[in-house]
Design a protein around this ligand. Structure first.
Ligand code: SF4
Length: 217
């Protein structure tokens, strides 16, 4: 195994984060199926990695109790009821915006349901992370968010933010070394809350499935 991958696995474990390496998305799906159980209560964040890996199809299948906040026709009250189910649910699935060689997970959110679930609530958090998300350190991780993850997510979500036109965060027009929270003034901004998950209090509450293929952005 590549020395860099060995290093990130060791550092994730040292941060009390369980990690499973998957050579490809087929293996990712096997790992996910093995960890789930019939009628498990599951929620997820919006994630291209979950879709591309085929994990989204698994967790939304009839074997499990998937709570879908994006279901057509839900009232605001019904959506809020689904958000509340994240507390104590069996599994929360998402990806990460970046993973550092030191074993830290970086995530930036707008509505922030995803980063709140990562921090507290679900019994288990499962992150499906492609090797394209691996960065050297926290500074490089936040630059990755500003150069790749946030602009592409803003495009996917059809936001009218400067990064959609520029292809990168507007803050990079002023400096190559922005502060973490530098960004636009748009009402549609998707970068609002920022978390770095380092050494966890509850061992193995978070599992990273590290896939050797590129997934999402
Ligand atoms: S702060 Fe605004 S411009 Fe910058 S990446 Fe986020 S949404 Fe785009």
């Amino acid at each position: 195994m590549d020395k860099k991958i060995e290093k990130v696995i060791k550092n994730l474990q040292n941060n009390n984060i369980n990690v499973v390496f998957a050579e490809n998305t087929e293996k990712v799906r096997e790992i996910v199926k093995d960890m789930l159980f019939q009628d498990a209560d599951i929620l997820s964040g919006g994630s291209v990695s979950l879709v591309e890996s085929g994990v989204f199809d698994i967790i939304t299948s009839s074997e499990y109790n998937y709570h879908d906040r994006l279901k057509q026709g839900l009232t605001e009250e019904e959506k809020n009821d689904i958000f509340k189910k994240v507390i104590g649910c069996d599994f929360y699935f998402c990806s990460a915006n970046a993973l550092t060689e030191n074993g830290e997970l970086i995530n930036v959110d707008g509505f922030s349901n995803r980063i709140s679930a990562i921090s507290f609530g679900p019994k288990k958090v499962v992150m499906v992370v492609g090797l394209n998300k691996l960065v050297k350190d926290i500074d490089e991780g936040f630059l990755r968010v500003k150069k790749i993850a946030a602009p592409k997510n803003a495009m996917r979500l059809k936001r009218e933010t400067p990064c959609v036109k520029l292809g990168h965060c507007v803050c990079l027009e002023k400096t190559d070394t922005p502060q973490i929270t530098d960004g636009c003034n748009s009402e549609q901004r998707i970068c609002r809350n920022y978390i770095i998950s380092s050494k966890q209090m509850i061992k193995d509450r978070i599992t990273v499935i590290l896939c050797a293929e590129n997934l999402g952005y």
